[in-house]
Design a protein around this ligand. Structure first.
Ligand SMILES: [Mn+2]
Length: 221
């Protein structure tokens, strides 16, 4: 990433882990303010997919609403950014803050299923998402867009968002669009794929509900 992000950033980050006492409350909240953007995010991993999204970018709102719906993670996202420049800072910073909130909500990651992979079609487009909630952030992103923009949204920002999310959530994330010709469909299959994979990977595995799913005994690098 070209811009500063993550834990080394000078951004103001508020929000305490809310699930310290109750392991069944897996919630996170982050506020991130810079000279470029002001982003507030709240997540509930055990929600029903309720979304309240307002980023000022219509296409991004659409992607985040379907991320909530198909992951069943409740998402509240409010962002005010320097959209008079372009959509880059706001898109990336929403990814950063959401990644941090998800990581916070996962806490010690006890009981999670951890791995998931899905194929999600959207009409002619098909995307595979495989992820590992590992604590080791990594993104492999192989989706090619046909055009530079969907509406007023730069298609290159889809990858920027996924990079910011993976880096800050601590998720090893592989996104591959196998084929597709419509950029709206390609982007939507990427976000829906992430949603369905997250839904499966954050779910509590009832056979190992009190265990951290690692032979090392901990997740986080
Ligand atoms: Mn759509």
């Amino acid at each position: 990433m070209a811009r500063e992000s993550g834990e080394g950033s000078r951004a103001l980050i508020k929000g305490a882990r809310l699930n310290a006492k109750d392991p069944f409350m897996r919630k996170g909240s982050v506020r991130r303010s810079t000279k470029e953007t002001d982003v507030e995010v709240a997540v509930d991993l055990d929600g029903t997919g309720v979304a309240s999204i307002s980023t000022g970018i219509g296409f991004l709102d659409h992607m985040l609403e379907l991320l909530a719906r198909h992951s069943r993670i409740d998402l509240t996202i409010k962002a005010k950014g320097d959209l008079h420049i372009d959509h880059h800072h706001t898109t990336e910073d929403v990814g950063i803050a959401l990644g941090q909130a998800v990581k916070q909500a996962l806490g010690d990651m006890k009981g999670i299923t951890r791995y998931a992979d899905v194929h999600v079609p959207m009409d002619e487009a098909l995307t595979r998402v495989a992820l590992d909630i590992s604590g080791r952030p990594f993104l492999v992103f192989k989706a090619e867009f046909v055009r530079d923009k969907v509406g007023s949204f730069d298609t290159e920002l889809v990858q920027e968002w996924f990079q910011a999310f993976a880096t800050n959530s601590g998720v090893t994330l592989h996104v591959t669009t196998l084929y597709g010709t419509n950029d709206h469909h390609i982007a939507e299959s990427c976000f829906k794929g992430l949603a369905r994979a997250l839904r499966a990977a954050v779910a509590i595995d009832s056979r190992a509900a009190n265990e951290v799913p690692s032979t090392k005994g901990s997740l986080g690098g």
